[in-house]
Design a binder for this molecule. Sequence first.
Ligand SMILES: Cc1cc2nc3c(=O)[nH]c(=O)nc-3n(C[C@H](O)[C@H](O)[C@H](O)COP(=O)(O)OP(=O)(O)OC[C@H]3O[C@@H](n4cnc5c(N)ncnc54)[C@H](O)[C@@H]3O)c2cc1C
Length: 499
Amino acid sequence: MKITIIGAGLGGLTFGALAAKDGHEVCIYEKNHAPGGVVALLEHEGYKFEQGPLLIGDMLEEESIYEFLKGLGITLQTVRADRDIIMPDYDMVTPKEYSGPYWRRERLKELFPEEKNNIDRYYKFYDDVMHLRYLSTLPQTAINKIKLALAFLKIKKYANMNADELTKHFFKSEKIRTLYTGILADFCADPSESQGLAVVFTNFETAFDKRIPLYKNGKKYYPGYCYIKGGCQKLPEALADYIVSKGGKIHYNTIVDKVIVENKAVKAIRLENGEIINSDMVVGCGSGKDFFFDTVGAEHLDENYLNILNTFKPMEAVFMLHLGVDIDPMNYMRSALSYCYGMYDLHEATVKLRTGVYHEGYDGYLLFVPSHHAPEFAPEGKHCLTIYTVAPDTLKDGDWESKKEEYAKTLISLAEKQIPELSKHITTMKIMTAKEYREYTHMSKCSFGGVVPIWNQQNPTHITPVKHLIFVGQQSENAGGLGNVIMGAKSAYEKAFNN
Ligand SMILES: Cc1cc2nc3c(=O)[nH]c(=O)nc-3n(C[C@H](O)[C@H](O)[C@H](O)COP(=O)(O)OP(=O)(O)OC[C@H]3O[C@@H](n4cnc5c(N)ncnc54)[C@H](O)[C@@H]3O)c2cc1C
């Protein structure tokens, strides 16, 4: 079968790798000069920066992406890592001396002694969910199914709560609640919109301390987080090399502007230069709305699919500062990734984000040092430091181009709380706003991590009303995040070929 894939992001590359493996004729068209989409590196004045993913899940041995890649003969070197959280008036910074898998629980009890019992109750629930999760990774034999059902009974009463209800059920203090739900606001979701169990799934204790063992009684029990040695781009590069080694072709610097549909089935694609490429199957990704409304055409879709496209909510943008610095930021940070929150009112933060009001870093920002795991990203004696915030795609007042320098200054001065006199140590700076991201990812609205994790929101499905037109990537039913996109594209491939 001749399969045309639009976009060499992780979604398109995963689908392409599976199709090439099975002997299909694969042809990928990518707007940029390298594979990876938002995972590709940004090169700037002798420095390299990660544009997208920070800490990655599912990539360690016995985890889903690791095993998937192994099946293609791809093994990437990884290094386990952790992240710190700095709240407005307390912090959860990984201790120098390892103090056990539940150091965060104990630290919270010291900080909030009046909530001691509540904290213990939450961690009992956490353990129950982790056990349920572990059982779900085992082969679904009859006995395991029974164990799974019994484990579910323990947490059943929480299954219908949203994240706001769940954290209110456990904690009185807004300060503790925000520790657990802050990450949802980073995904542009109000905690009341997200499923309660997402609280546990976005707060695995192993994400906060790389020394916590992942194995229990010799079995892989907890999920871990890591960086890819040499940078995240190694992953799309490996997939692209695999596709080419199997006879597939990847055309860079090439935009697809139309999918041609005839008799409710795909027939061809049209490149920006007018060239028509006949195709038996077309795989799209990127912005759901742009792809289906502009590249495919609403007239080819049915009412149900149009309804999904009109109602699903993509995330907003990021405002990102990539800095070359002549100091080692790790002298001031415990982990190479720090989430620094500036407020506790996540509802208000989400409202601002969705109405075009930029918080300028006062609601919070992330500090990330990619040269910590990839020293080759910076010239000798220098480091890369990325500071970023979530931000509206479109500003209510003004525009990104005219405001970006002023916003960059504010963000640097806020980051000086963590890295004193940072502004004096900057050797180079690259600012990425929604505008640059829109151009880079070929989307009319920047949506950095895919779809907002709204409970029960239906996102565009892989199988579409047009025969042999498949949709993958972070705005499809699998949602965003590296692991979701890869495993989602795998599932799309299996659905497309009914196996
Ligand atoms: C700032 C940031 C931080 C993130 N942090 C994390 C994290 O910590 N952990 C994690 O797991 N995930 C993270 N993610 C999310 C993860 O990186 C993405 O969900 C995933 O990489 C998206 O892959 P994709 O294939 O869906 O899309 P993309 O990477 O956007 O790829 C789509 C590609 O298609 C191309 N394209 C689109 N339309 C056309 C066209 N018509 N013609 C030609 N080419 C086209 C685009 O140029 C692009 O290269 C982050 C993302 C960002 C941006």
